[in-house]
Write a protein that binds this ligand. Structure first.
Ligand SMILES: *Cc1c(COP(=O)(O)O)cnc(C)c1O
Length: 413
């Protein structure tokens, strides 16, 4: 045993895990403060920075009502308020061929905590987990803290970022505890078809593992494929559905999420499993009680017009992004985004004179143009970049215009 005070026990991997926030903050530090151009960030997924992305009036009204009622100043049950759990079960059941109950729902501090809960529940000596590449680095970080071995399967850009199903079968073994999918996708902006999700379910069933479905962008689709929740295939394979209000309702700071057992066969309904889950929630605390109390109204009363408006804004922004990218020879878009708020773009470094890789590209861009974008390395794909298009159209145009000038200055002669 190492001496006391060593806070790095067995978590050596965590220190080297790149986080999106970490790399964006380094990029922001390298912006030239004397630059007259304003800073434009196409790196971070917080649309609340832009006035065109605004939550519905229903949401703050529900919170004000909950707070003013004076009934929600106490602790909530650690798994969540009963009415909140019920409302989330009803909301998710609208799109499923079976009904969820309140017992299937656990209220978390955003989808981030739901990810942590999933990892904590599945961790055991020797466990491994299958994660998508490119992916969302919180999964790698959580797995490292839990000492779960990560095995990456590829998402295939030429197939609309579908999962490489053959790859999955060769990665899995008897210690594989879960297969993670993110749909609609971050960082790729793809949306899986019913048929592809069904194949994922069948593959997971074949390798005898469960599916963690990160649906934090659920319903945020604006292309050909509609959103299909993985829970539809819950009778083929047990599914843990993770989500939150953060993205669809544009309130990421409210920290209201859910961890849901979408599992009509009741694999998770064993008394010991439920007991362990409840105990774990006793450590967590969960979101503020008055935010939880607002959830039933938020989920039941938001009008369709709010969702339509958000989707229109996202669709237009994604189109601006794709059109402007066409004018920048060193960047290409293998698959137009059809959902979520981000897109993966490929760099062609052979067209650039003095740029060594995606990280170099992003740091020089930050320094010279005061534009922040995320290097693909941060999400597992070297020499790609991720652009978040949940940005006001003016900033998006200007940011991409600056990337174009950057290209011309660095183009191979
Ligand atoms: C934003 C995001 C999360 C985290 O959601 P919060 O509700 O803000 O915690 C989880 N997964 C993916 C893929 C995300 O993009």
């Amino acid at each position: 045993m190492e001496s006391n005070g060593n806070m790095n026990h067995g978590v050596d991997n965590t220190a080297s895990t790149i986080t999106i926030k970490g790399i964006l903050s380094l990029l922001t530090q390298s912006v030239n403060e004397k630059d007259e151009k304003r800073l434009i960030s196409l790196g971070m997924g917080d649309p609340t920075a832009h006035s065109c992305f605004h939550t519905t009036h229903v949401a703050p009204e529900a919170v004000v009502d909950a707070l003013q009622s004076d009934k929600f100043n106490g602790y909530a049950p650690t798994v969540g308020l009963p009415q909140t759990r019920r409302a989330i079960a009803e909301y998710l059941s609208r799109d499923l061929p079976y009904k969820l109950t309140s017992d299937d729902v656990f209220v978390t501090s955003g989808c981030t905590q739901a990810i942590d809960v999933a990892m904590a529940m599945l961790a055991c000596p020797g466990a491994n987990i299958l994660l998508p590449r490119p992916g969302f680095p919180i999964y790698e970080l959580c797995a490292a803290f839990r000492q779960i071995e990560v095995r990456h399967f590829d998402l295939l850009p030429q197939k609309g970022w579908e999962v490489d199903l053959d790859g999955i079968e060769s990665l899995a073994d008897q210690n594989t505890v879960a297969l993670v999918i993110i749909n609609p996708g971050n960082p790729c902006g793809n949306v899986y078809s019913y048929q592809h999700l069904e194949k994922i379910a069948e593959t997971a069933n074949k390798i005898k593992t469960l599916v963690i479905a990160d649906e934090v962008y659920g319903h945020l689709t604006f292309g050909g494929n509609p959103f299909v929740p993985m829970g539809i295939f819950g009778s083929i394979v047990p599914v843990l559905t993770l989500g939150s209000l953060s993205k669809r309702w544009i309130v990421p700071g409210w920290r209201l999420g859910w961890f849901v057992t979408t599992d009509p066969c009741g694999m998770f309904r064993k008394p010991k499993v439920i007991e362990r889950m409840k105990k774990y929630f006793d450590i967590l605390g969960g979101p503020a009680t008055f935010i939880q109390a607002a959830v039933p109204s938020v989920l039941q009363q938001t009008d369709e017009s709010f969702f339509k408006k958000t989707l229109n804004t996202l669709k237009q922004a994604s189109e601006i992004c794709c059109d402007r990218i066409k004018e920048i020879p060193c960047i290409s878009c293998p698959h137009k985004p059809e959902g979520s708020m981000a897109v993966m773009l490929k760099l062609n470094l052979s067209l650039l004179d003095d740029i060594s890789d995606d990280i170099d590209f992003c740091f020089k861009l930050a320094k010279e143009e005061s534009v922040i974008i995320l290097p693909g390395t941060a999400v597992g794909l070297k020499n790609w970049i991720r652009i978040t298009f949940a940005v006001d159209p003016y900033s998006l145009e200007e940011g991409l215009g600056r990337i174009k000038s950057f290209y011309h200055r660095h183009a191979m002669q």
